[in-house]
Design a binder for this molecule. Structure first.
Ligand code: PBG
Length: 340
């Protein structure tokens, strides 16, 4: 006589008994090739300069940038995202469109060094280049002279896109959160027969406190905040509206940023983007990095496990690509396995 299985009949723990079983059924496997390393290059530097709020991250000289690019490629990292820090700034961010501006020079340097061995991406935004630190050019509205002028900014972004594409960037990272930015840059590229240059749209980018350390990294001069163009952290639905617009305007990859505090938004964007067959990225930003690094320093969190767990979480929530300051270290960890 058959006896009923003893309670409990379902035992999910069975598949957790050995590391081999756990590995066999693991659903999410972050890999080095999915990671993109953000890199800062500062005009005029002879030696790399540390960034206090981002231990382990530096502002590169042109020379050390090339070396860091090679190191990342050798570690198996999938791409690089370049940010330039100019030594002079002005109201319209002229340095961004100058062929000799630090970012355009750095793109050419990195492309010359690693070429098509990796994906060279560049930040397409004016904030590092303007003396007021906003992501666009300003206009005066009712006596307030610090209103970011959306459409005048688009003209600058189109010029910036052409300069970066001409310098050899494979992918342009449109991070400014101006309405219409993807369409305008796409049209400018296509008109110049640069149809192979791809656009990574910062689709859902929130006005976040987690960008704090980045502002130190690029020596931002911003007074005030970016709440009139970056999204309100209270809102999730409008991320889908931004997504619809970016897709209609021709975005090749869409991104959610920051990552860990916005995993719900990431999941929703990823589900919708999958219906259009468009890859999704997430940016683990400077504050996410700084927060964990501060805890590592105090011995409050285990470094390797935390890094891998956060990347796994971001991948699990739907990002195929992750921008992270830990990219090189994580690539090595993912290759060789963590201790625990
Ligand atoms: C804009 C830009 C920012 C970041 C990436 N691109 C700063 C901002 O929007 O204020 C933040 C990245 C990070 O915090 O790691 N050029």
């Amino acid at each position: 006589m058959a006896t009923a299985a003893p309670f409990p009949a379902g035992r999910p723990r069975r598949l957790r008994t050995t590391p081999a079983l756990r590995a066999l059924v693991a659903q999410t496997r972050p890999a080095a090739a999915d990671l993109v390393l953000p890199l800062f290059v500062r005009e005029g530097l002879l030696e790399p300069a540390p960034i206090a709020s981002m231990p382990g991250v530096v502002q590169h000289s042109r020379d050390s940038l090339r070396k860091a690019a090679v190191e990342a490629v050798q570690a198996g990292v999938g791409g690089l995202m370049l940010f330039g820090v100019p030594s002079t700034r002005d109201a319209t961010g002229s340095g961004a469109t100058d062929d000799d501006g630090i970012l355009n020079v750095a793109i050419r340097d990195v492309v010359a060094e690693v070429g098509d061995d990796t994906v060279v991406m560049s930040d397409l935004c004016l904030d590092e280049f303007t003396d007021h630190g906003h992501c666009g050019v300003l206009k005066n509205v009712n006596g307030v002279d610090s209103v970011v002028d959306n459409d005048a900014t688009l003209v600058r972004y189109a010029e910036m896109g052409l300069a970066q594409a001409a310098a050899g960037a494979h992918v342009l990272g449109l991070s400014g959160m101006m309405d219409g930015q993807v369409g305008v840059v796409r049209a400018a590229l296509d008109a110049d027969r640069l149809m192979d240059t791809a656009i990574l749209a910062y689709t859902a980018k929130y006005a976040s406190a987690f960008f704090g350390p980045f502002r130190e990294a690029v020596e931002s001069t911003l007074q005030g905040d970016r709440r009139s163009y970056q999204q309100d952290p209270a809102n999730a639905d409008e991320a889908l509206r931004e997504l619809a617009l970016d897709l209609a305007e021709g975005a090749d990859i869409v991104m959610v940023k920051p990552a860990l505090p916005y995993l719900d938004v990431l999941r929703r964007v990823a589900d919708e983007a999958a219906r259009h067959g468009v890859p999704v990225a997430a940016y683990q930003v400077s504050g996410e990095y700084a927060m964990a690094e501060a805890a590592f320093e105090r011995g409050w969190l285990d470094r390797e496990r935390t890094i891998v767990e956060t990347l796994t979480s971001v991948r699990r929530a739907g990002a195929g690509v992750v921008l992270t300051y830990w990219a090189v270290e994580a690539a090595r960890l993912l290759e060789h396995g963590t201790r625990a």
